[in-house]
Ligand binder design. Structure first.
Ligand code: KG4
Ligand code: ZN
Length: 337
């Protein structure tokens, strides 16, 4: 089954062609215009998706040896959550392509897509599992009984972990998005030289709060803390909180697999700590390749494949709309049935 997948939920335009869950060709364009603004400017992001998307699609089709859209079997695009203006670009383009070629369209949930980075077939992951989704917009823990049964255990009460990285980096003049730069700054630092609070750190509570850290970081920065030490301390606090809560839920629920996904899983300390803890508890760990930690279209295509594997007649209505927020307790990959 050939799936053409499109992702435009924020500031990355991404297109991929998959044969079932295998990647045939993919392109990502990460917008740089926002770096001068200290955050993503929604209208600029939408406009840039409009300009970029057709070229990416052309390149992916040409690399895949596909001459006409009707050679694609299924079209899938992220419907939300995300920036509505950005989502509408990818969603509208993909629905139009599906309509013109008479093929099914699938609107995909972005959070579920991140988890499906790890979907390479129905038996790719053993269940029960717990999953950590940790990005610029979300910090959630899910309990998964199967690919189609993901239940929210808890999420952040305020800032997402990636957002906390970005705000700390911005304060230190490291630009936007700042997670990677902050990690680099932390390499030479000693986390024990700067004391920061660990908000809501009780491992038994599957909820997070990172906004209070912001104030503590600012106070330390204003009183002259060394950047490397501050970055190292901040990173250690956030990673400790993420890992301890995730592993508590994994052990409590008898999970045999732990899945991690989202931009913050690019962080080396987080990856190392997850490997150590999962090894210690005899749990299989699924970490994305670094290039798939960020937003990408391969995860959207894999989510679409998983949906069709479960029910080959699945599809979304062509009136499927974009949405900015996801709330609920059961996470489903398919939107707008
Ligand atoms: O999943 P993603 O690409 O987009 C969203 O859906 O939000 O995640 C982006 C987030 C940003 O907040 C960025 O600072 C963070 O992931 N990030 C990192 C690292 N690389 C990216 N955070 C910590 N350490 C990193 N190495
Ligand atoms: Zn994302």
């Amino acid at each position: 089954m050939r799936i053409l997948a499109v992702e435009t939920s924020c500031d990355d335009s991404a297109v991929a062609l998959l044969e079932n869950s295998s990647v045939i060709a993919e392109r990502i364009y990460s917008q740089s215009i926002h770096s001068n603004h200290g955050g993503v400017v929604p209208e600029l992001a939408s406009r840039q998706h409009i300009e970029t998307l057709p070229g990416l699609v052309r390149e992916v089709l040409s690399e895949s040896g596909i001459e006409a859209l009707r050679e694609v079997d299924v079209f899938a695009a992220t419907a939300g959550p995300g920036l509505v203006g950005s989502l509408l670009v990818g969603l509208s383009w993909t629905k139009a392509a599906a309509f013109a070629s008479g093929k099914p369209f699938l609107g995909i949930n972005h959070l579920s897509a991140h988890l499906h980075t790890h979907y390479t077939g129905s038996d790719s992951v053993e269940f029960p599992a717990v999953a950590l989704l940790v990005s610029g917009g979300h910090t959630c823990i899910f309990s998964m009984k199967s690919w189609t049964q993901a239940f929210l255990l808890g999420s952040t009460r305020d800032d997402a972990a990636g957002e906390a990285f970005d705000k700390t980096a911005k304060l230190a003049g490291l630009g936007y998005p700042g997670g990677e730069a902050l990690e680099r700054a932390a390499v030479d630092g000693n986390p024990d030289n700067v004391s920061l609070p660990s908000p809501l750190s009780d491992p038994t509570l599957p909820e997070f709060s990172f906004s209070g850290l912001k104030t503590a970081v600012r106070l330390q920065w204003e009183s002259g803390a060394d950047l490397a030490d501050l970055a190292a301390s901040f990173q250690k606090v956030v990673v400790n909180i993420l890992v301890s809560k995730l592993l508590f839920q994994a052990v409590r629920s008898g999970a045999v697999s732990v899945l991690a996904a989202g931009g913050v899983t690019a962080n080396t300390l987080l990856r190392t700590r997850l490997r150590e803890e999962c090894t210690k508890h005899g749990i299989s760990l699924f970490l994305p390749e670094k290039k798939y930690t960020m937003d990408n279209a391969v995860m959207v295509g894999r989510a679409a494949f998983a949906v069709l594997h479960d029910d080959p007649s699945s599809c979304s209505s062509l009136s499927c709309n974009a949405f900015s927020r996801w709330s609920g307790s059961i996470l489903r990959a398919l939107c707008c049935t």
